[in-house]
Each structure stands twice: as structure tokens, then as C-alpha cells.
Design a protein. Structure first.
Length: 312
């Protein structure tokens, strides 16, 4: 099998003329079997380089789709995290120590599922996996309006934390697949910008709902239903428009997909690989920069531990 070679019909770049023509790359199965999916498409060799104008054009198209969708996902997640805080003063029957346990349940589910969900996301199509999780947590959010006792509410909070645990690692992975290293920070900054927007929007919406009793529902139930419906809408949008990798970006032409792949390859990045490589895992765990990132994240999130309201 290793000696057998096969042909990949790809697109050989001729960027000097800003044209892309069909060609066939001859590569052995042993050479490509463990490689990135995009590398299997474009081949091990290439000719020419990418013009800055073409690179900017592709980046602009990515910015019109990838960044807004990822920002919308982060907005939805942070808004849903805060609903419990708003609900606590809008008639939520879960009070006292039960409320504190309900607040804890979300992070318990998050902790339980964050590593398994990262592994699963590597095996499945990334955009579809993320979109499915968002739709499911939207349904769970709407179900929060049903129970009036602690037990079912606690279970729903655990499930919500499990489903939302995929967001941060998946979004960072998506950005790294589509953008070069020097472009990633600006795009990721939009995610964190959404936390402030979610606080503002969530506060105004909760304030408005608190004065509306015409629907015959408790205000907190209306809030859960609205936020759940928003999450479902965002999830469906992700399923439709967010590509799993540059290879599946329908808003790019075939030539532009190759350019998107080459932009990342020039930056020594990758797009998609379904195999967990032990040597890469070991390298990441032994890299001091990994633990610096972990420490800085823990410090930045420490304020959250003191922001969860305690009720008597």
C-alpha cells in the first residue's frame, strides 16, 4: 500500500499571472496519509507565490462571513450565561442555596465535557458540530422555562454547561484555520468585545421584559424562551454558512480556496487533520507558552467567581 501512488487532480497555482490552471500532482500514499487535509488537495509542491492583493481579497471575504458568525456565537453564549443572573430577580423559584448550586451546575457540566468535546470536534466536521451544539443548547435554554423545582433545573444547567463547553476551543481552532498568526488576535478580540455587548443587550432586554406580564408567563420564563430561540437561530446560521475548513468555504471560488489554504501554509499553520498525534500533544504540554496561556486565562476569569450573585 505504501508503494502505491495515486493522482490528485488539483489546481496548480500560477500567481504571477494571477491565474490558476488544472494540473495533476503525483504523490505516494505514504507521503500524504498522515498529512493535513488541505495538503492532500493542493499537493506537496507548489509554484509561484500569492500576491498581496489576492491575499487581501480572500481575507476580506473571510471577514464578511467567519468573523461575524464567530462573534455571534460568542455573543449568544455569554448572553445565555447571564440569563440566570437576570432570572434571579424576575421570579425564578430557585432561591437560596439551591440557586448557588444551580449556578455551580453550569461549570460542573462545562468541566466534565470540555475535554471530550474537544476530542470529538477533531473527529467530526467542525462547523456542523458547533452548529449542532448551539441548536441543542438553545433547546435546553427554552426548557429552563418549564421546571418549577430544583432537581430538573439543576440537570438542565449541567447539560447547558456541557453543550457550551465546545465554543471557545472550537472558535479559536476555526480562526487558526482561516487566518494567519498576525491576523488572529484582531479577529479573536471581536469575541471578547461581544461579552460587553451581551451584558448591555441582556440588561436592556431583561429590564423590558420585567414590565411585561401580558403573555401570562413569568418574566424569567419569557427571557429563557427568547434567549433559547436566539441560540437556535444562531446555530442554524452556523450550520448553513460556517464552513468546516477553507476547503468547504462555498463563498470562495475554487481558486480562492487554494489561496486561503496557502495563506495558512505560508504561516506554518494547518487546516484540518482527523488524527490525534501524540508527539504534538506532548510538545504542547511541555511548551512553557501553553502554561502561560493557562495561567493568564485563569487570572482573567477569576473575576467571574466573585460576580455570581448569592441570594438568601
Amino acid at each position: 500500500m505504501d508503494a502505491m501512488s495515486y493522482s490528485l487532480t488539483g489546481l496548480r497555482r500560477s500567481f504571477n499571472d494571477e491565474k490558476i490552471e488544472e494540473d495533476t500532482f503525483q504523490t505516494s500514499a505514504s507521503e500524504l496519509g498522515d498529512k493535513d487535509e488541505a495538503l492532500k488537495l493542493v499537493g506537496l509542491e507548489r509554484t509561484g507565490g500569492i500576491s498581496e492583493e489576492l491575499s487581501r481579497k480572500v481575507r476580506w471575504k473571510l471577514d464578511l462571513v467567519i468573523t461575524p458568525l464567530c462573534a455571534a456565537v460568542y455573543f449568544t453564549q455569554y448572553l445565555d450565561k447571564n440569563v440566570l443572573n437576570y432570572a434571579s430577580i424576575m421570579g425564578l423559584p430557585i432561591t437560596g442555596q439551591h440557586y448557588n448550586l444551580a449556578a455551580l451546575a453550569f461549570y460542573l457540566g462545562f468541566l466534565i465535557w470540555v475535554f471530550p468535546t474537544m476530542y470529538i470536534s477533531q473527529k467530526l466536521r467542525l462547523g456542523k458540530y458547533l452548529g449542532t451544539n448551539i441548536v441543542l443548547w438553545g433547546i435546553i435554554m427554552m426548557l429552563h422555562a418549564v421546571p418549577n423545582s430544583f432537581g430538573p433545573f439543576f440537570v438542565l444547567r449541567i447539560l447547558l454547561g456541557m453543550l457550551e463547553s465546545c465554543v471557545s476551543p472550537t472558535l479559536v481552532l476555526i480562526v487558526s484555520m482561516f487566518y494567519k498568526k498576525n491576523e488572529q488576535a484582531r479577529r479573536i478580540s471581536w469575541f471578547y468585545f461581544m461579552t460587553g455587548v451581551a451584558n448591555i443587550v441582556g440588561g436592556f432586554v431583561a429590564y423590558g421584559i420585567s414590565f411585561d406580564s401580558r403573555a401570562g408567563l413569568a418574566p424569567y420564563k419569557i427571557l429563557y424562551l427568547l434567549c433559547g430561540a436566539l441560540a437556535i437561530a444562531v446555530g442554524v446560521s452556523v450550520l448553513i454558512w460556517l464552513p468546516d475548513s477553507p476547503l468547504y468555504a462555498r463563498f470562495l471560488s475554487p481558486e480562492e480556496r487554494i489561496v486561503a489554504v496557502e495563506r495558512v501554509r505560508d504561516d506554518q499553520g494547518g487546516t484540518e487533520n482527523k488524527r490525534l498525534k501524540k508527539e504534538q500533544l506532548k510538545e504542547a504540554l511541555l511548551d512553557i507558552r501553553t502554561w502561560i496561556i493557562v495561567l493568564s486565562t485563569l487570572i482573567s476569569l477569576s473575576k467571574l467567581w466573585f460576580s455570581l450573585p448569592l441570594t438568601e
